[in-house]
Design a protein around this ligand. Structure first.
Ligand code: FES
Ligand code: FE2
Length: 406
């Protein structure tokens, strides 16, 4: 039999039965936040499947098919009860495992209830985020990694509200393996003005950069010579498979901590982004920050600064482009450029040497997709914890002795 070999076209497709979708289904994916889950069912589309997230009257989390197994009404409008969720149409009651417990209009003696198995997925809560496993063996999922910002270790945590995007998840994800856009696209927003006293991400003299493969995925290492002989400024962005990003420089870029302070102690800040595709054209972004430095008001300050990062510049009266204005706000700049790309594999591209991070990432993901297709475990499914029991993505940001050979 011919061995399956994926292509770039397989990466952005997330549906069940597609090579990319089967790969993503091997991992725990973030599907909601504790703060946004109330005592009503919460409809979420994940990897092309319409589901409802809820917590039953006993406090158990459930993540089950949105369409009732009887005749398909949406359980988004169901009633939450002690033992599960009840469909509003004819009152079938399901528990968090998808067992049908009651069918009010069916004769009890037929045991019809026991024959109904409603779709249900394992779901766990960690540090304010809710994760689900949509993989092939729901009774034996891999361990949910103890991602560092989700586990208390003497710092402050900020879980942002879920953000929603109307384009393919991979356009957002691979952008973090592309450092050059930082000093071009973001030159008029925070990166241009603030980092390392305005000197690190300079378009005139950009940092050196190199992608490095890691056990969790890869990272982009950007560096410049430090002020002191034998040292270097380093700023790393990490990509943890399947769809996690870590940007370590939030203190420098958005919170404007003095560069001199950071030169001494490095970053105290983790900024994780968990991406979950809703379908091929939409994804959700769950952002969690964890800060272990001395500033008790860091998140307040950060929030105020982000609010001030509004797009700059007047829009001409005849300029009807829908995403104008966008320059001056990092998040909006990313949306304009990523959201206007077509799906990977369906757009024409001419990659250059500056795209080497992108090339490494796509190759790594194609290998992982091929591993799943061959019945093996993909890269980074089981991540090792450090001595404190935390799973870190090692995005170093700070000043350190210059690496030999660099
Ligand atoms: S459609 Fe849900 S109980 Fe009939
Ligand atoms: Fe960006």
């Amino acid at each position: 039999m011919k061995t399956f070999r994926s292509t770039n076209k397989d990466i952005p497709r997330v549906g069940r039965g597609t090579p990319g979708g089967e790969w993503l289904r091997r991992y725990w994916l973030a599907v909601g936040t504790e703060a946004e889950l109330h005592d009503v069912p919460h409809a979420v589309r994940v990897l092309g499947e319409d589901l409802v997230l809820f917590r039953d009257g006993q406090g158990r989390l459930g993540f089950i098919g949105q369409s009732c197994s009887h005749r398909g009404s949406s359980l988004e409008y169901g009633d939450i009860e002690e033992r599960g969720i009840r469909c509003p149409y004819h009152g079938w009651l399901y528990d968090v495992a998808g067992n049908c417990l009651e069918q009010p209009s069916e004769p009890l003696e037929t045991a019809f209830c026991a024959k109904v198995k409603h779709p249900a997925y394992p779901v766990r809560s960690l540090g304010g985020l809710i994760f689900a496993y949509l993989g092939p063996d729901p009774a034996n999922p891999p361990p949910l990694p103890n991602y560092s910002p989700l586990v208390d270790h003497g710092g402050q945590r900020l879980v942002e509200s879920t953000r929603h995007f109307a384009y393919n998840w991979f356009n957002f994800y691979e952008n973090s393996a592309d450092p050059c856009h930082v000093w071009i696209l973001h030159s008029r927003s925070a990166y241009g003005e603030q980092t390392w006293g305005g000197s690190f991400f300079s378009a005139k003299s950009p940092p050196a950069y190199e992608p490095v493969e890691t056990p969790y995925g890869m990272k982009m290492v950007m560096s410049k010579p430090g002020r002191v002989e034998g040292t270097e400024f380093v700023d790393e962005m990490s990509l943890g498979l399947p769809s996690i990003l870590q940007v370590g420089d939030t203190e420098f870029v958005h919170a404007r901590v003095e560069p001199e302070v950071l030169e001494k102690v490095g970053s105290n800040y983790e900024h994780f982004m968990f991406l979950t595709p809703n379908d091929d054209d939409h994804f959700m972004l769950f952002t969690v920050d964890y800060y272990t430095g001395p500033d008790p008001d860091i998140f307040d300050r950060l929030g105020k600064m982000r609010k001030r990062e509004n797009p700059k510049g007047d829009v001409k009266p005849y300029d009807k482009r829908p995403l104008m204005p966008f320059r001056g706000n990092i998040r909006q700049e990313d949306i304009v450029t990523q959201g206007t790309q077509r799906l990977l594999g369906e757009r024409d591209e001419r990659l250059g040497t500056s795209d080497r991070g992108i090339i490494m990432l796509r190759r790594m993901i194609r290998d992982a997709i091929d591993a799943v297709a061959a019945g093996k475990e993909p890269k980074a499914l089981r991540l090792k914890e450090n001595a404190e029991g935390l799973v870190k993505l090692d995005s170093f940001v700070g000043v350190r002795p210059r690496c030999q050979g660099s």
